[in-house]
Design a protein around this ligand. Structure first.
Ligand SMILES: Cc1ncc(COP(=O)(O)O)c(C=O)c1O
Length: 359
């Protein structure tokens, strides 16, 4: 039972007057399906990420599926991915008929463990999906040495670097998500980006089914609308402000929690952090199977909506074992509200509650 009148949500989109104006303009134009705004969004995102081209699609999940299709991944092929991630990479792999090979994560970064990825390679491996989780780049330098095409999953991370390289520019293909509470929101939406023209042209030809001389069973309707693209473009213009606000809040959280038994997020040498999520590890919960959920309930009673950052690791859905770091993250990782729209007062209230419940 709640004891407070208002809850600070775990996440909230930052919508301003400019977003309203941009979407109203599209509505007034009468052209609301895929059109010139989508084209501009593709161009501006490609230049923001630092690659040659992009193709807007209906979701991050669709982007992953079409990225795999661009690489011709299909039946009989294997795709490596971490277990500690939302179901989207696994679903995309199922859609194209390939097999997902799950590997463990590096607990300090929550990202795919490059050594485990290397050990999982077989003759059938065609791609590695590399989610950059919670705003922190994965170890791209180690991963690219494996020599398998990387699909960078930037659904949770944009505008940061690994060894001085902007993320999204290292892999063969990159995917983004524009879901309502992502770094840039369009309600729903996604994009596939690449430096290889043939790759994104392939995605372009698969995202819609009309106007082709032959029927292609892999084609779909995965288009983004101009209405969504206008919102995405307006948000893109504010990305530097969003990024800065996240840094300020993360800094304040780090200082306030420094005396607590919580492992706060930091960037390893050579990487920068975008703090899409502020995920702490609480090692004292390692041996307590429902400790995290009880903590989340206690915080909710105080009006703070925290969450497990990954609902359930993939290996647990699939009945697999041998992923100790993913299991530990599942038991000990807590995502604390942090987003550009969070006010200073709300941040103070969050820290006050954490001070009470964290040892
Ligand atoms: C790492 C990661 N990849 C892919 C996706 C899928 O994106 P979408 O929800 O737009 O399909 C998400 C969404 O939560 C995600 O977090």
């Amino acid at each position: 039972m709640n004891t407070v009148a208002t809850i600070i949500p775990h996440s909230r989109p930052a919508i301003d007057e400019e977003d309203l104006r941009a979407t109203a303009e599209v509505l007034r134009s009468g052209q609301i399906a895929q059109g010139p705004w989508v084209e501009r969004f593709e161009r501006d995102m490609a230049s923001f990420v630092g690659v040659r081209g992009g193709v807007a699609v209906s979701s991050g999940t669709a982007a992953l599926e079409l990225a795999l299709r661009a690489l011709d991944v299909g039946a009989g092929d294997e795709v490596i991915m971490p277990s500690y991630v939302c179901p989207a990479p696994w679903l995309a792999t199922q859609r194209v008929g390939a097999e997902a090979r799950l590997v463990d994560i590096d607990l300090d970064t929550f990202n795919i463990d490059p050594i485990a990825a290397c050990q999982a390679v077989t003759k059938r491996t065609r791609a590695i999906i590399v989610p950059h989780l919670f705003g922190l780049p994965a170890d791209l330098t180690a991963l690219e040495q494996i020599g398998i095409p990387l699909i960078e999953d930037c659904a949770q991370t944009l505008g940061v670097t690994e060894q001085g390289r902007p993320i999204g520019t290292v892999g063969r293909l990159t995917v983004c998500s524009f879901y309502a509470t992502k770094l840039l929101c369009a309600g729903e939406g996604g994009m596939v980006l690449s430096n290889v023209k043939g790759d994104f042209e392939r995605v372009r030809s698969l995202r819609e089914y009309d106007g082709t001389s032959t029927l292609n069973p892999s084609s779909c309707n995965a288009k983004l609308t101009d209405l969504q693209a206008a919102l995405g473009l307006s948000q893109l213009g504010r990305f530097p402000d969003f990024h800065e606000r996240r840094q300020i809040l993360a800094e304040a959280y780090g200082v306030a929690l420094s005396s607590k038994a919580a492992v706060c997020p930091t960037a390893p040498p050579g990487r920068t952090h975008g703090y899409y999520r502020y995920v702490v590890r609480l090692p004292h919960l390692r041996t307590n199977s429902d400790g995290l959920m009880r903590l989340i309930s206690a915080l909710e009673q105080q009006g703070i909506h925290c969450r497990k950052p990954v609902f359930r690791p993939l290996h647990r859905y699939l009945g697999q074992s041998g992923f100790p770091n993913s299991d530990e993250a599942d038991r000990t990782a807590l995502s604390i509200p942090l987003y550009p729209d969070l006010t200073d007062d709300e941040a103070r209230q969050i820290l006050q509650s954490l001070d009470e419940v964290f040892p």
